[in-house]
Design a protein around this ligand. Structure first.
Ligand code: NIG
Ligand code: FE
Length: 391
C-alpha cells in the first residue's frame, strides 16, 4: 500500500480546476491543502477539511501550484553558441542558419556527452519547478544522429519529438528535395519508434509549407502526432498548416495574420509562445493578448536551445509574458501549467485535482503572482514529482 501525505497551510493553491476555490480558471483555493497518495493527487481543498493521512508537511503559508509543463525544448545538443549570442547583442540579426553550428558540435559529441548535457538542463529546470518536459532531436540531421538523440531523450521523458526537419542537412544544402525524401523515408523509419511527436521548422531558410505538409503527413502515417515551429521569424503558412493537420500545437506564433488567429481560435491546436526566443534574439514579442481575446488556448514554454533561447527557466518566461506580451499573472501561470499540458494533449499533469500526477511546487511567496512580480528571484522552494519530494 502506498503512503499518503498532506501538504497543509498553503496560503494560495493553484489547482487549475475552475470548479474549486474562487472558480476562476486557476481554481485558486485559499488556506489550502493537497493530499498525495503514491504518485497521484488524492484530494485538494481547504486545509480545515483535509482527510487524515500518514504524513504531514507544513507549507508555512507558501503558495503552491502544479509543476510547470515545458512543452517545447531542444536539449540534445553539443557545444554552445556564446559567440553568436554576443554578436547578436552587438547588432547581428538572428537567422535559421545558426543551427548549423550546433549540428556540427552535436555530431561530434558522444552519446554520454549528449546525455550529460540533457541531464544538466533537466536538473536546472526541475529546481525551477518543471516536472514535465518535451524535448526534440534536430541537431543531428542524419539517420544515425537523429535516432540516437531520440533514444537518449526517451530515457528521460515520454514527450519526445522527431525534428529531422529542423533545417536541410548541410551536406544536402543543394538538394532539399533529397533531404525531405530522407526525412520522410529512412530517417523517419529509424526515428518513429523512439518518438511520440513529429515537428517541422516551417520558415524561410528552413522548410516551406508544402515540404512541411509532406513531412508531417508522412509522420502521421507512422503514428507520430504533429506539432510545428510556425510563424517565428516571418508570416507564413505554418499556423494554418498546424490547424489543417490538427497539430497539438503551433509554436512561436510571433507573426500572425487575423486569419491565423481565427484559425487557432477555432481549432484544437494550442498556440505555444516562447518568449525566451524573442528575448534572446531581440525580436518583436508575440501578442498573447490578441490570441487569448480571440479565444485561442495559449501555452508558455522555454524553447530551451543553445541558439535562440538558452534558458531552462519557466518562471523567467512567465515574467516576460506578463511584462511584455499582455498576459495577466493568472493567465501566464495557467499557460505554463495547464496550457503546456494541453499542448501535449495530456490531462494527467498541469492540474492539482484527484487522479492527476502529484507534480507540484511550493514558492517562497504567498501567491503565484510573485513569479512575475519578483522576476529573476529563485522562489521555488520545494518540488514534488510523481509524489516524491525532489527539491
Ligand atoms: O525554436 N526555430 C527553430 N529552432 C529553434 C532555434 C534553434 C537554434 O537556433 O539552434 C527555436 O528557436
Ligand atoms: Fe524551438
Amino acid at each position: 500500500m502506498s503512503s499518503s501525505t498532506v501538504i497543509t497551510n498553503i496560503a494560495a493553491l493553484v489547482t487549475n480546476d475552475p470548479s474549486l476555490g474562487d472558480n476562476s480558471p486557476l481554481g485558486l483555493v485559499r488556506d489550502a491543502a493537497v493530499v498525495i497518495d503514491g504518485d497521484r493527487v488524492a484530494w485538494t481543498g481547504e486545509s480545515s477539511k483535509a482527510p487524515a493521512t500518514d504524513n504531514r508537511v507544513d507549507a508555512g503559508g507558501r503558495a503552491a501550484l502544479p509543476g510547470f509543463v515545458d512543452s517545447h525544448s531542444h536539449l540534445l545538443f553539443g557545444g554552445d553558441r556564446t559567440e553568436e549570442f554576443n554578436a547578436r547583442m552587438s547588432g547581428r540579426p538572428y537567422s535559421a542558419g545558426g543551427i548549423r553550428t550546433t549540428v556540427a558540435a552535436t555530431r561530434a559529441a558522444s552519446d554520454a556527452e549528449l546525455e550529460a548535457g540533457l541531464t544538466r538542463y533537466l536538473e536546472e529546470a526541475l529546481r525551477q519547478g518543471t516536472t514535465t518536459f518535451e524535448t526534440k532531436s534536430g541537431y543531428g540531421l542524419t539517420t544515425a544522429d537523429e535516432s540516437r538523440a531520440l533514444r537518449v531523450a526517451a530515457r528521460h521523458t515520454d514527450e519526445v519529438t522527431f525534428l529531422g526537419a529542423h533545417i536541410v542537412a548541410p551536406e544536402l544544402a543543394d538538394d532539399p528535395a533529397a533531404y525531405v525524401a530522407l526525412v520522410t523515408g529512412e530517417m523517419l523509419d529509424a526515428c518513429a519508434p523512439h518518438a511520440r511527436w513529429i515537428d517541422v521548422f516551417c520558415e524561410k531558410g528552413a522548410f516551406d509549407g508544402d515540404q512541411a505538409r509532406a513531412i508531417l503527413t508522412a509522420g502521421k502515417a507512422k503514428g507520430l502526432h504533429p506539432r510545428i515551429h510556425a510563424n517565428q521569424l516571418s508570416y507564413g503558412p505554418g499556423v494554418r498548416l498546424a490547424v489543417e493537420l490538427d497539430a497539438a500545437s503551433a509554436d512561436h506564433c510571433t507573426h500572425l495574420t487575423d486569419a491565423d488567429v481565427d484559425a487557432l481560435a477555432n481549432s484544437g491546436t494550442v498556440a505555444t509562445l516562447l518568449p525566451g526566443a524573442e528575448f534572446s534574439t531581440r525580436a518583436e514579442w508575440p501578442d498573447a493578448r490578441r490570441l487569448i481575446d480571440a479565444g485561442a488556448t495559449v501555452a508558455l514554454s522555454t524553447d530551451c536551445n543553445p541558439g535562440s533561447s538558452f534558458t531552462s527557466s519557466v518562471p523567467f518566461c512567465v515574467a516576460l509574458a506578463v511584462r511584455d506580451m499582455g498576459m495577466t499573472p493568472d493567465e501566464a501561470v495557467w499557460s505554463a501549467t495547464a496550457g503546456g499540458a494541453a499542448a501535449l494533449r495530456r490531462d494527467d499533469v498541469g492540474r492539482l485535482t484527484p487522479g492527476a500526477y502529484a507534480d507540484l511546487m511550493l514558492l517562497d511567496a504567498p501567491s503565484h503572482v510573485h513569479l512575475a512580480y519578483r522576476p529573476g528571484v529563485p522562489l521555488v522552494s520545494g518540488v514534488w514529482r510523481r509524489g516524491a519530494r525532489v527539491v
